[in-house]
Write a protein that binds this ligand. Structure first.
Ligand code: ADP
Length: 388
């Protein structure tokens, strides 16, 4: 590899993903990978462009060990000093960060102060920054925020009906998956500019799942709020929950905050409902009634939010699916779109089954746009490198 290299790091709560790009106005992907199965038997998966995936067992690995494995693998790949920029996916940018930022000492202090707002993500994100700074001390470190895309959304979608002081101290509906929405709306603007300028609902359906209502390229409502728990049910997260349930768990079951966090983040959602798996492929392949019910609930909540977003936008011009489930599960998409003709949503069975880009036949454009959060980060780093 020659020329300047950009590394992107996406340190989630249970996996760390990374990508290596050659810096260019449109960054060129060279390799991407992740550490899978963080825990006693982790392994690093790496796929160079045009090559078969390579695996390396790294044994017992927490986040620190996994990051070291990724950084040293990147050093092998690109010859250390040539890494000119490292882009980080950062869960929370609070109310202030509306665009990518150079991660200098002052910015990092502000981001550390936001950790209580995203306790399962922010500390891992910031640990990745520290590790990357140590491995590539000359590189520009850039933070890209999942909340940034939503910062301009209207106040009614930003607030909870709590006493004002909570809003003032930061208890707000921030919204997440912003890098994904940013990418998707950019693709839409390229391939269908008239639609991108209109009223769009994007359904990001992966292990994490949320939906966003977008008008003229700007977020106006999203299903995730204060934390990445709200809205749609997810692989292991509960989605929308009456806060009375939490009071019940505390008062009747004597559960502590960490126990409740574990329940809501790791034991709920598709896994909790099915008692089988968090993984949609496993549920779709199963004949257990509980697996079927878990999918029923997922579909029901997506359809409900779609109706709500159509009301917020005053109708919709496009519905876009993305994320592992949104991009690959024809059955799920068909169920979401069934009996939606009243809203102008109708799809072609064969095009849906083929995961084609345009699957709509009604007046609403229905599309599948594979998302690429890493590319959004790589572009931000490349832009910052050019501005040096
Ligand atoms: P993450 O949010 O961790 O990035 P992904 O976007 O990769 O997750 O989505 C993972 C989800 O996508 C899993 O539930 C997986 O089962 C589902 N998925 C991937 N491929 C398919 C497929 N062909 N059919 C149904 N679901 C799929």
């Amino acid at each position: 590899m020659s020329g300047e290299t950009v590394l992107t790091l996406n340190a989630g709560s249970s996996s760390i993903k990374f990508s290596v790009y050659s810096a260019a106005e449109e960054p060129r992907l060279e390799a991407r990978g992740q550490v899978e199965n963080l825990g006693p038997a982790a392994r690093l998966r790496l796929r160079r462009q045009g090559a078969a995936p390579e695996f390396r067992e790294i044994g017992a690995a927490d986040h620190t060990v996994a990051l070291q494995a990724i950084l040293s693998r990147t050093q092998d790949l690109v010859d250390g000093p040539e890494v000119a920029g490292v882009g980080h996916r950062i869960a929370h940018g609070g109310v202030d960060f509306v665009a990518p930022q150079v991660l200098d000492t002052e910015t990092l202090a502000k981001l550390r102060a936001l950790a209580p707002l995203a306790p399962l993500h922010q500390p891992h994100n910031l640990a990745a920054v520290a590790a990357a700074q140590a491995a590539f001390p000359e590189a520009l470190q850039i933070g890209c925020f999942d909340t940034a895309f939503h910062r301009g959304h209207p106040w009614v979608n930003d607030t909870f009906a709590l006493p004002r002081r909570y809003y003032d101290e930061g208890v707000r509906r921030y919204g997440f998956h912003g890098l994904s929405y940013h990418f998707v709306i950019g693709e839409l603007a390229r391939c269908a500019p008239e639609v991108a300028a209109g009223r769009v609902v994007v359904a990001h359906l992966g292990n994490g799942a949320s939906m966003c209502a977008i008008r003229n390229g700007r977020s106006v409502a999203s299903t995730m709020g204060f934390s990445a728990l709200d809205g749609l049910p997810m692989g292991t997260r509960c989605g929308q929950l009456d806060p009375g349930v939490i009071l019940y768990l505390m008062e009747r079951e004597g559960m502590t905050a960490p126990q409740i966090a574990d329940l809501l983040y790791r034991e709920s959602g598709l896994r909790g409902l099915s008692g089988l798996s968090h993984d949609m492929r496993t549920l779709e392949a199963s004949d257990s009634p509980e697996a079927a019910q878990a999918i029923d609930y997922f579909v029901f909540r997506i359809r409900r939010e779609l109706g709500a977003m159509a009301a917020v936008l005053g109708g919709i011009d496009a519905l876009v699916f993305c994320g592992g489930i949104g991009e690959n599960s024809a059955a799920l998409r068909a169920r979401v779109c069934a009996e939606m003709a009243w809203l102008g949503i109708e799809i072609d069975e064969a095009r849906n089954a083929g995961n084609e880009r345009d699957i709509g036949t009604g007046k609403v454009r229905v599309m599948i746009i594979p998302t690429d959060e890493e590319r959004v980060i790589a572009r931000a780093v490349t832009a910052a490198l050019s501005a040096r």
